[in-house]
Design a protein around this ligand. Structure first.
Ligand SMILES: O=C(O)[C@H](O)[C@@H](O)[C@H](O)[C@H](O)COP(=O)(O)O
Length: 261
């Protein structure tokens, strides 16, 4: 079942990152209070990393029990371990190296020189198995019920490494696939598919900057998910678009309340 998107528009991308970090702290603390642990799916890109940096700078980050948090990734650039362009490398720099996570619960996607070899499809299948092993059997889904899954939105409406019209966005069975020929470098990537994304309780889409205005307008105005992958990203209980004013500048005003701008 799809949940209608809710929109929150912030003054600028710095405030958006700080407010999203505060929101994430609260969600994680609440999930840990009610279920003992929390699971969050991280995104690559400037907005996702901006949020992590804001979280690192927030004094309230100490409210999180970092040892009871599972981290997963929505997508990864298929590059060697430690490559500065890998999403996990950037997340480590922005936040992860500064907090006491349980390394066993940091589920990075495979690297191109990792134990699964340089075949991206084999590496993607291995990540799907890792997700399936962590899923709660009583939920009958092949991935965990992530508490929050974050996605940066690209100017062409891509999310994770689901690009318009490419095979990955059409996938209806597998939860993780290899991507070949992505228009955003590097061309070879691993990504969660839309069915895996939709298993999350909450999906948050992050869009800041003028170059995201058209993408937000298209995805929020009834576009199809094959042409506009962001339109197909929704959570089971909540779908939240977190925007700055520039990214919201082309949205019809009735889509979001005046008060949030
Ligand atoms: O690895 C990646 O490149 C991504 O995960 C990608 O989907 C990203 O999130 C968007 O392109 C938005 O990126 P920005 O926030 O930098 O605009």
């Amino acid at each position: 079942m799809s949940t209608a998107p809710q929109l929150v528009v912030h003054r600028d991308k710095e405030l958006m990152a700080q407010a999203a970090a505060a929101r994430l702290i609260t969600r994680i603390v609440d999930a840990q209070a009610s279920r003992g642990s929390a699971s969050v799916v991280l995104t690559g890109g400037r907005n996702g990393n901006g949020l992590l940096a804001a979280l690192a700078a927030a004094p309230a980050r100490d409210a999180i029990d970092w040892s009871r948090l599972d981290l997963w990734w929505g997508d990864e650039r298929f590059l060697p371990e430690g490559d500065p362009e890998r999403n996990v490398t950037q997340a480590r720099e922005a936040l992860l190296d500064a907090v006491p996570l349980d390394p066993e619960r940091v589920h990075a996607m495979p690297a191109s020189d990792g134990p699964h070899g340089s075949d991206v499809d084999t590496a993607a299948a291995a990540y799907a198995e890792e997700l399936a092993a962590a899923a709660d059997p009583s939920h009958h889904t092949p991935v965990p019920s992530f508490d929050v899954l974050m996605l940066g939105v690209g100017p062409d409406t891509h999310v994770a490494s689901l690009f318009p019209e490419l095979p990955a966005v059409r996938e209806t069975e597998r939860t993780v696939v290899g991507v070949h020929g992505a228009p955003k470098p590097p061309p070879t990537r691993i990504t969660l598919t839309l069915p895996a994304i939709r298993a999350a309780r909450e999906v948050w889409l992050l869009a800041a900057g003028e170059d995201k205005a058209e993408a937000a307008e298209i995805a929020l105005s009834g576009a199809g998910e094959i042409q506009s992958p962001a339109a197909g990203a929704y959570g089971r209980t909540r779908t939240l678009w977190l925007l700055d004013k520039a990214a919201a500048s082309q949205l019809p005003r009735q889509l979001y309340p005046q008060a949030s701008a």
